[in-house]
Design a binder for this molecule. Sequence first.
Ligand SMILES: *[C@@H]1O[C@H](CO)[C@@H](O)[C@H](O)[C@H]1NC(C)=O
Ligand SMILES: *[C@@H]1O[C@H](CO)[C@@H](O)[C@H](O)[C@H]1NC(C)=O
Ligand SMILES: *[C@@H]1O[C@H](CO)[C@@H](O)[C@H](O)[C@H]1NC(C)=O
Ligand SMILES: *[C@@H]1O[C@H](CO)[C@@H](O)[C@H](O)[C@H]1NC(C)=O
Length: 489
Amino acid sequence: MLQCWRALTLFLLVSAASVFAASSLSFENSAIVRTVDLGGSLVHVTTTFAAKALEPKASAYTITLPEDEIQRTSWLEVKIKGQQQPLTVKYGGAPADGKFYNLDVQLPNPVEVDSTVNIVLETIQTHATYPWPERAAQQDEQSLKYNTTLFVLSPYKTNVQRTKVKSPSPEVRSYTTPKDVDAFTLESPVTKSGATITYGPYNNLPVSATNEWVTKNQQLIGIHYKYDYPVLELTQVKRVAEISHWGANLNIQDDIVLYNAGPELKGHFSRLEHQTQSFYKRAAAHVIPALSLHLPAGIHDVYYYDLVGNVSTSRLRAAPSVPKNSRSNQYSVMELRPRYPLLGGWNYTFTLGWDSPLADSASYDASTGKYIVQVPIMTDVPGSVVNECEVKIILPEGATDVEHVLPFPAVSTEESTHITYLDTLGRPVITFKYKNLTTKHAKPIYVSYKVPSSAHLRKPVAVATALLGLFVFGMFARRVDLTLHKKTA
Ligand SMILES: *[C@@H]1O[C@H](CO)[C@@H](O)[C@H](O)[C@H]1NC(C)=O
Ligand SMILES: *[C@@H]1O[C@H](CO)[C@@H](O)[C@H](O)[C@H]1NC(C)=O
Ligand SMILES: *[C@@H]1O[C@H](CO)[C@@H](O)[C@H](O)[C@H]1NC(C)=O
Ligand SMILES: *[C@@H]1O[C@H](CO)[C@@H](O)[C@H](O)[C@H]1NC(C)=O
């Protein structure tokens, strides 16, 4: 359980007041390098700050992010370069009329005057790209646009900074050339080499995290690039995980709405054209015939249906169960083939579910008398974003002392009771809601609870009572039946 606490991502822990305020004199940036890895639904941004301490015992460093970037950022982590442990980050708030936010980073050790610490900020942005043109014919290529601000802002002076934008393909359709940057560079303000566009180096930037500096110097840059992969959004995922001690089973069922966020189809869809393109392995990226999902190891009785009924064209390669907490990365692979190819702008609604041995995800802690079960928040569909996610965990009937540990905070948490056929007490249910989840969020939720030994018996007793009821009813019915026979005879 300790590990899960440690894994807490502190993003979204909004604290209005700055707890450990930093002064603009405590550091100077020797260099800032920002790398933007362009994608479809997800854009990874890594910024490295080489910060030289100017004051003794400098232990708090402030990172500034523009407001619109904060809104796009779905995941964020700060580390010292080369170290594993994420650092504690607190929102330092925004200046009253400022269009940017400060993140205060607590350094693990105070930095001596004149020595340098390399701080790495890693973020994942979602919904940050859009198809351009917005509509494309079936044989057209798919291109996307992304924009961001030119300068990395900082409450400290910066000696040199540069931004590298990496396109997945060297076919970059266009990119912005910044204007009026002579104060920071005498060279070309932007260069392109292969699939990488480099803005800068820009030299001798003063403190830039001020409204005045931003108004005068900040500008938007845009990149238009070819993108040969699907742009997938899971607009809605509703997961129900039902724990059954009686059946020693964990059932997981996902109701999913899939959306192709690529360009909308211009004209008609031709299946013949699609098949011809697929045959020559050059099907358009904005026509998605199938996707490959990584499901847990040890699953069985997988089912997949949509609004029409069962879909039988998919393939599953199930991996055998792996021991709990083993470092094994085994997973089952499901090639999910929707009933029709998913075109740009289209939705596809379906249900996917499976059973797995409860022992694969549950353990019993004899010292507390509690069971601990881990339930993955979601199935990662690589490269996609889950806009809205709901995870409902249904515990065994009669479970008490329910507690949970989340890998990162939920938007909302709700506890209720679920009553099904044959239940007498009802089952405790916890429902978590999340927004804008990415591959980094595919982590387990831990729930712990007690099941009184009488609760194990309760269901068989309920079944027995029901059977007895049927039996009595059956005898009664037969007697009536007999009577009727006699009468008509
Ligand atoms: C999710 O992303 C959308 C689009 O970028 C944004 O408007 C919304 O604020 C985000 N929600 C959360 C909770 O981050
Ligand atoms: C910048 O990107 C956003 C999508 O993230 C888009 O809505 C906006 O129109 C773009 N702005 C410009 C000037 O291209
Ligand atoms: C779908 O398949 C399941 C199991 O194979 C079966 O029990 C169910 O009746 C099928 N449903 C339809 C609508 O065909
Ligand atoms: C897909 O779903 C979104 C909202 O979930 C809706 O706005 C859009 O019109 C749908 N697209 C189609 C082609 O039905």
